[in-house]
Write a protein that binds this ligand. Structure first.
Ligand code: GRF
Length: 185
């Protein structure tokens, strides 16, 4: 099997990155993570890049030189799939068009419901009974691209934002892997 050269974009703790790295090391999993891009140098998730010896790059979208270098690294590594995993910056239209159909994201709600930030808080405030996560293609509108896969997580009566987030994140790790398998079938 020829694995797809993949770059993971992060901004924070990187637990989805860790899960994807683990999946990618399985013989039959369709991606090989060649590069990690972080929007900031203090992202905890960079530790996983270091532990698993994956090259990483800190990308400043507002700096032309940084952007050009980032693009160069994507090209050099023949990246044909970009997975956003807790990436908190908004990618420029030009970039999205360049990698059209090749950028995917994981979002902690059942899209199209609860786009944007603070999903757990809003879901609990609305007394929802069910939420979950969604893997979708990225287009120029936030959390609006074509949906690849969704997974439900049932909300318990005594759930807090913390407890709900913990269960949704567990679902995310599985869903991201399944979505990647699905688009590479
Ligand atoms: C995830 O919950 C994901 O849905 C959202 O950001 C979070 C990132 O968590 N887009 P982590 O950095 O992968 O731990």
């Amino acid at each position: 099997m020829v694995k797809k050269n993949t770059c993971i974009f992060i901004s924070g703790t990187g637990t989805n990155l860790k899960a994807l790295i683990k999946s990618s090391r399985e013989y039959n999993f369709p991606i090989n993570i060649k590069l990690v891009i972080s929007s900031n140098e203090s992202a905890k998730g960079l530790n996983f890049a270091k532990i698993y010896r994956i090259p990483y790059y800190i990308l400043n979208l507002n700096n032309q030189l940084s952007l050009e270098l980032g693009l160069k690294k994507l090209k050099e590594n023949n990246i044909s799939l970009i997975c956003l995993a807790g990436y908190m910056k908004i990618l420029k239209k030009k970039f999205i068009n360049k990698y059209s159909g090749k950028i995917i994201n994981i979002h902690p709600s059942l899209l199209p419901k609860y786009k944007g930030l603070d999903t757990f808080k809003r879901v609990l405030q609305a007394s929802e009974k069910v939420t979950g996560c969604t893997v979708h293609y990225v287009n120029s509108k936030i959390d609006s691209g074509k949906i690849i896969l969704k997974k439900k997580v049932y909300i318990k009566e005594n759930d807090s934002e913390v407890s709900l987030k913990a269960r949704v994140q567990q679902a995310e790790y599985k869903t991201y892997a399944e979505a990647i398998i699905k688009i590479n079938r």
